[in-house]
Design a protein around this ligand. Sequence first.
Ligand code: ATP
Length: 339
Amino acid sequence: MERTVKPPARARALRVRACAKINLGLEVLGVRRDGYHELRTLFQTIDLHDDVVIRTRPRGLVVRCDHPGVPGDEHNLALRAALELQRHAGIARGAEIAITKRIPVGGGLGGGSSDAAAVLLALDRLWGVGLGPAGLHPLARRLGADVPFFLVGGTALGLARGDEVYPLHRQVRGHTVVIDLGRPVSTPAVFARVDQSLTPRENSNRIFRFVSSDLEGLRAFSILANDLERAALEEAPDLTDQVGRIRGILIQEGAALASLSGSGSAFFGLFDDGRRAQGAQSALRAAGFSVLRAQTVSLNQYRRMWARSLGTRRARGLGNQSRSRHHGNHGRQGHPGRG
Ligand code: ATP
């Protein structure tokens, strides 16, 4: 059964931006009964993005992507997202998805997950399904642990597998430099290494301390860390030397935070000041690294971006706490910048 929510007049295609994320902090608390890891993480969207064009067609699902490392078949997470929505809503119509990749692949920047969430939001609109972000949450969850976050965006706390998402009241605003080490690191392999050295850490509370901290400016970020970094470097030991040099340069250039994103291999620096970020970019480029610059995207900016993309006055329920417990506004947060 197809639900009847009026699609935008004559809209047959949408061009949307699928933003990358960084993990400002990540704690691995243990292994759950279902085999997944219990995580506590602080997600942050940034304006580095893939371009995704979604077109309806009478039948069938097709995906095209300009990146050789990204599958052009049903292994593509964006196509799986379309399939999931099609099945869930009993939709007979099809879609064509074209992805221009800008987010480094396999970098821990959530590119595939963001593409998938973008397709869910766009097809929900184009096919007139009308689930909205909260209604899409269970589908996103089945696609991958990072996908639900991209239905929300901004600065958010991720609990459980990272798929319980709570937007924070105080949103981080800052400038980032993202270093693409040009080498994908397998997320399952990193978690397998974490398991070998995992001790129960339910009491780890750096992220909660950060969230409830009243510290303004740069100081709040110094307590954050990524628990996956050591395992990622064990998995990719050839990167250890580069990561050491990158961190040194970022700190020297005044980064509030210098960290691996997710399970890597992308590394990032967070700055409160665009000039500092630019200085870091120049220094890293001079040292031979491939560097991208991006700004944080706050919850409201993310909502507005989606409202524009979907042609709604405001993206209905995007990050709206009233729709789901996964979309509540929680906590407070140290603020890196004045932006
Ligand atoms: P994860 O931690 O989920 O592995 P990541 O952020 O490290 O994600 P992605 O860029 O999402 O890295 O890609 C991870 C893997 O997913 C790659 O092997 C890639 O081929 C595959 N993949 C499937 N669909 C996509 C997509 N739309 N964009 C990017 N990668 C995709």
